[in-house]
Write a protein that binds this ligand. Structure first.
Ligand code: SAM
Length: 230
């Protein structure tokens, strides 16, 4: 039976690819990836050369069908995205859904676990992690105010993503909603400019201004009702 391996890749530091992930990539018939340039860099760093099949949010049905046909023919494929764990706020999940719907028991879908920015940030937050909610990205336009109001009332630790383009706006709006609640904001995890900011939204806005708002961010909000750490 063919296998679709869902492989987590580094979120910055290329040495974070696990030996098992590299072995699966080295031996796959082909690697399905989001941006071939990003994956080519990872493969080159580890001396791996395999055919790449691009698949992303805007891929046509034909591309998805080609992947399904390959698996149905018995090919072993690896699925990666640009960073971290496929399907976590990126396109991998749609492909897994389509493959399972089309082939079901005819393919083994197996995870090769590894880096995930949300989990990495949660692990250093110091906030309760026995119960948390991950919310992907805040809405870009409509419904932002309601979104921040809702997360402000959540009884669990809240983790979400933000890009460099909206980090200032997001931290300001979050501050309006949560006041002086404790936050942890992680910038550029595992990379040269990794910075972990701790404090209130207002303190972190000032700290980000004093350092840099460039890069990728994960925001971790402490629970509305303080609980002891698990
Ligand atoms: N699948 C990925 C994962 O497992 O973390 C997430 C993909 S999502 C499209 C990209 C977002 O993840 C970025 O905008 C940022 O919020 C977060 N992210 C990814 N790498 C990061 C890093 N090294 N440091 C901080 N945040 C990161």
């Amino acid at each position: 039976m063919s296998t679709l391996s869902v492989v987590a890749t580094p979120i910055g530091n290329l040495q974070d690819a696990s030996p098992r992930a590299l072995e699966v990539l080295r031996t796959a018939d082909a690697i399905i990836c989001e941006d071939t340039r990003v994956t080519a860099k990872l493969l080159a760093a580890h001396g791996i050369s395999r055919p790449l099949l691009s698949h992303h949010h805007h891929s046509t049905k034909d591309k998805t069908q080609d992947i399904i046909d390959r698996l149905a023919r018995g090919e072993n494929l690896a699925l990666v995205t640009d960073a971290g764990t496929p399907a976590i706020s990126d396109p991998g999940g749609e492909l897994v859904r389509d493959v399972v719907a089309a082939i079901g028991d005819g393919v083994t879908v197996t995870p090769i676990p590894g880096p995930c920015a949300a989990i990495a940030a949660l692990s250093v937050s110091g906030f309760p992690a026995d119960r948390f909610v991950f919310l992907g990205f805040p809405p870009h336009k409509n419904g932002r105010r309601t979104w921040f109001k809702e997360i402000a009332g959540r009884p669990e630790t809240v983790v979400f993503y933000e890009s460099t383009h909206r980090i200032d706006k997001t931290l300001s709006q979050l501050g309006e909603a949560v006041g002086s609640r404790a936050l942890v904001v992680c910038r550029e995890l595992t990379k040269l400019h990794e910075t972990i900011y701790r404090g209130t939204a207002a303190e972190i806005v000032a700290a980000v201004k004093a350092t840099s708002d460039k890069g990728e961010f994960v925001i971790v909000l402490s629970p509305a009702v303080p609980r002891s750490r698990a």
